[in-house]
Ligand binder design. Structure first.
Ligand code: HEC
Ligand code: HEC
Ligand code: HEC
Ligand code: HEC
Length: 447
């Protein structure tokens, strides 16, 4: 049978498969159109999310004004005011280090940290906490500080620096600057309101990059998700802009040789000989480390694999079908599934246990370092009292300075070693070793 025969024999009537094909085609078309429409809507929503509906001024310090266009980011940002409950080694809320660990009073003797040393808490509290600290209050044993101390506490700072000039801002007294700022850390610290892109608003980070021969303007988008935090979560000191100044006030990160504890120690010894205070018991010339979070993070595996601060501390959240960045910046242990679960398919309990094991190990090494440091301060002090000369004690005092700088690099840092477990252990091991060497050295000097 030929096909013609077949055509002749078959009556001309709609074939059943044609109807089905039309139906299937229509289904596909509806589906594709639906997808297109959804993606257009999504795009619109995304671009709407990225451009402020109500325009705000370039350096607007009041986050509520930005919040009018971005209610989700704003409401989650406001939650940084929440206090407690704490996690095993961190978390929000009040925590008094000196009450918890009396050795700290001995280690910081003669320095404002012996007066008050509270753990950090959420961004919303930054301004009230710096204004309320006994460390700056002479009536409570503290010391007055320059305006520089407000650099990392308020979203009014970028605007104020533009108005006053950066060096003038740093030179002003704490009271002068404090009278001009009223908002805690907020949108203006991290965002450009025209585009909502991330931006660097603090000159110290920009200058620190330049000192390492790097241009921060070339940072990738993923790097910016870390660098906005590094503006404040970094070690710093107050440099003299010219040698005639009696006291330095210029906020500077000691990164010229790198960001490890060793590199900073060399910087503070050779490049810019720097002493924060002389320990009244041992007579050692001390350096206080201040929360080198970015620096420690850099030597950890997450930085190596390009995981940013925001990946763990600002994970995505969904609300009413809209995906956005959770601005409730907090301990990731309060939010494990969102913060870690996207990359690690371990159970929440296992993730917590892995973090706490790292932190318990770090705590144990901190304890050993503190015991050795306290003993060394006391033994050098006793030797000085017994008449051992400064020249004979020079070596042990230098070892003490180096030991305590390393211990503090981890102790003052946040996260209890989690950001770089192996580097934390290395730095603390060398702190313990140097403190014990100081004790051996002073014992020899007494002979
Ligand atoms: C891989 C995830 C991860 C990355 C990346 C990360 N962190 Fe953390 N961070 C943690 C964990 C886990 C803790 C411990 C929280 C605790 O003990 O409650 C922590 C603790 C902290 C804390 C103390 C919080 C508290 O409540 O005690 C600060 C501050 C902090 N990190 C800042 C940073 C900064 C700044 C960066 C980037 C330079 C960064 N973190 C990168 C996971 C991360
Ligand atoms: C303008 C300075 C500044 C910037 C920018 C900044 N921080 Fe902070 N951060 C602070 C200060 C200051 C505190 C302590 C506030 C207090 O104790 O009152 C703090 C506290 C924290 C805490 C502790 C919260 C708690 O509950 O204990 C975390 C976590 C944290 N910051 C993470 C980050 C991350 C992640 C970024 C970047 C996305 C970032 N910070 C950017 C200054 C800053
Ligand atoms: C400490 C830094 C920091 C502060 C303060 C901050 N943001 Fe963000 N914001 C980020 C980061 C990081 C992202 C993620 C950006 C990215 O990956 O492109 C982000 C993303 C956004 C986005 C893009 C959409 C999204 O959800 O991912 C908007 C809009 C936004 N923030 C609004 C605000 C508003 C409004 C405030 C103040 C209430 C604010 N931000 C405060 C760091 C910050
Ligand atoms: C964006 C992805 C990402 C996120 C988010 C993330 N991690 Fe990781 N994590 C990694 C990668 C990649 C490694 C390295 C694994 C490797 O190379 O084998 C790693 C390694 C680890 C390790 C092994 C560390 C070591 O030194 O060997 C631990 C523990 C860990 N992560 C815990 C966490 C916790 C806790 C969180 C949440 C606070 C978290 N991670 C969030 C990607 C991530």
């Amino acid at each position: 049978m030929t096909t013609t025969d077949h055509a002749e024999q078959t009556p001309r009537r709609p074939r059943p498969w044609v109807g089905w094909a039309v139906f299937a085609l229509a289904l596909c078309a509806t589906f594709v159109l639906g997808l297109l429409a959804a993606s257009v809507l999504e795009r619109r929503r995304e671009s709407a999310a990225l451009l402020p509906a109500a325009p705000v001024a370039d350096l607007e310090g009041d986050s509520a004004k930005w919040g009018e266009s971005f209610p989700r980011q704003y409401e989650s940002w406001r939650r940084t005011a929440e206090d407690g409950p704490r996690t095993k080694h961190g978390g929000p809320g009040h925590y008094d280090h000196l009450a918890a660990d009396p050795r700290l009073k001995a280690l910081f003797a003669g320095y404002p940290f012996e007066v008050e040393y509270n753990d950090e808490r959420g961004h919303m509290h930054a301004l009230e906490d710096v204004r309320g600290t006994a460390r700056m209050d002479p009536a409570r044993g503290g010391k007055p500080q320059p305006g520089t101390c407000l650099t990392c506490k308020s979203s009014d700072v970028p605007g104020l620096m533009a108005e006053m000039g950066v060096a003038e801002f740093y030179k002003a007294t704490f009271g002068e600057v404090s009278a001009k700022v009223s908002h805690p850390i907020g949108c203006a610290d991290c965002h450009d309101p025209q585009t909502m892109n991330l931006r660097i608003t603090r000159p110290a980070l920009r200058e620190a990059f330049a000192s390492m021969g790097k241009d921060i303007n070339t940072a990738s988008h993923q790097e910016m998700r870390t660098l906005v935090c590094a503006q404040c979560h970094a070690e710093y000191y107050f440099a003299k802009k010219n040698p005639s100044e009696e006291k330095g006030t210029y906020l500077t990160f000691p990164w010229k040789r790198g960001t490890t504890a060793d590199a900073m120690e060399t910087y503070y010894t050779r490049d810019v000989p720097h002493t924060d205070w002389t320990h009244p018991v041992s007579g050692a010339a001390m350096v206080k480390m201040q929360h080198p979070d970015y620096e420690a993070y850099r030597s950890g595996v997450h930085a190596y694999r390009d995981v940013s601060c925001a990946d763990c501390h600002m994970p995505y959240r969904s609300e009413g079908g809209v995906k956005f960045t959770d601005h409730h910046i907090q301990s990731p242990l309060k939010n494990i599934n969102a913060a870690c679960g996207t990359c690690h398919r371990w159970s929440e309990a296992e993730i917590r246990a892995r973090v706490e094991t790292i932190q318990d190990t770090t705590r144990e090494l901190l304890d050993r370092a503190e015991d050795a440091l306290v003993a060394a301060h006391n033994e050098v002090g006793a030797a000085a009292k017994a008449g051992v000369t400064a020249a004979q004690l020079a070596e042990s005092r230098d070892l003490l300075r180096r030991a305590q700088l390393r211990w503090d690099y981890i102790a003052a840092g946040n996260g209890m070693g989690f950001h770089a477990p192996q580097e934390s252990a290395r730095v603390l091991a060398s702190a313990i070793d140097l403190a014990q060497q100081a004790r051996v050295s002073v014992a020899k000097a007494r002979k």
